[in-house]
Ligand binder design. Sequence first.
Ligand SMILES: [Zn+2]
Length: 410
Amino acid sequence: MKTVLFYLQIDGQPVDTTKWSQPNPFLPVLKEKDDSGIWNITDSEKLKTEFNPDWRVFARSASDSKGPAMSLISALQILQDKKVKLAFNIKVIMDFQEEMGSPSLPKAVTENRELLNADMLFIMDGTRHLSNLPTLTFGARGIATATLKVFGPRNPLHSGQYGNIAPNPVFETAKLLGRLKDENGRVTLEGFYDGIVLSEKEKRLLNNVPENLDSIKQRLGIARADAVGKTYQEALQYPSLNIRGLNAAWVGDEVRTIIPSEVVVEIDMRLVPESDGERLMESLKKHIKDDGFHLVDSIPSDDERRKYPKLASFNYKLGSKAFRTDMDSPIGKHLEKTMRKVFGSEFVNMRTTGGSQPMSPFITTLNIPAVSIRIPNPDNNIHSPDENLRLGNFLEGIITCLAILDEPIE
Ligand SMILES: [Zn+2]
């Protein structure tokens, strides 16, 4: 008999309780939307006699990822109550460090390889496709992050006293960053998109989702999309380079007439299986050096300040790796059949999700395919105040788990 390993995320993000519109985010409340679009707390006792799929549970981690975890646990409970035997063996691993990037997971998986050994991995984490149809996701992008510091004068300087003398590091930084993408939004680093080939069949499979780029652009409030893929789904199949934060001196009420002493640039790259994080980060480092920057380890010495007109430090970290399971593989076909039984054609298969999941220890150490089963509504405010889970999604999540647990795997 086959064995399936289920991955549950158990921890949650920290919360700012003052920003929530309920007394305590750690105490779940049931809410109903009124005609003016406001969510109001309603008596959860009502659930004993009534059910409205559009009611929502608001609580910290309701969607990320207590709802998905409880869908599986509830399904197991129901099968036990009904004395129904599972169609395969199951193992469950609970990750209490997901939001920290699962630092202990690789070691735990390596040390418990025998215990965790299974034929496949089902991940109970992640949000549904924008259409809010039940979603299976066959991969996730990996991540690498970097910090670039460009050094100017030793201290911030008065712009009247030293303007025209001391170069402002913002200008060099802006030129450097500006050259990282062309006018169509494509990354210019050498080899950045290397190795990614999408066949016509793959394009058809991955574009087989109910969405269109125009309405996505409208929702995001942008006139033009980066020209990396022809569709949103195609764009997600490539690595991305993002400036996730940029800081120099002061702005707003604290603005002052100075030449900043440094610029801090925070960068993230989302990776796909074809793009090695180290290779791409090294290529970015080369771009910075080729631009004439002398790179120092941390703070430049007096000697370095005297010698090099363009000084910077650059450090990067590799996070979780990308993974992808073939939609056409036996596990893909099995899940397709199971979903079809319950939802007909009303569900979505996604080749990859844009975000990252710490799955590589399972995939590289246990060498098993993984698919994530996505339950929560896309407008669930995860990682933000008023996180919520739509009851209809929770119910369909339990039904999905029941269907999966009841379908024998060949
Ligand atoms: Zn999260």
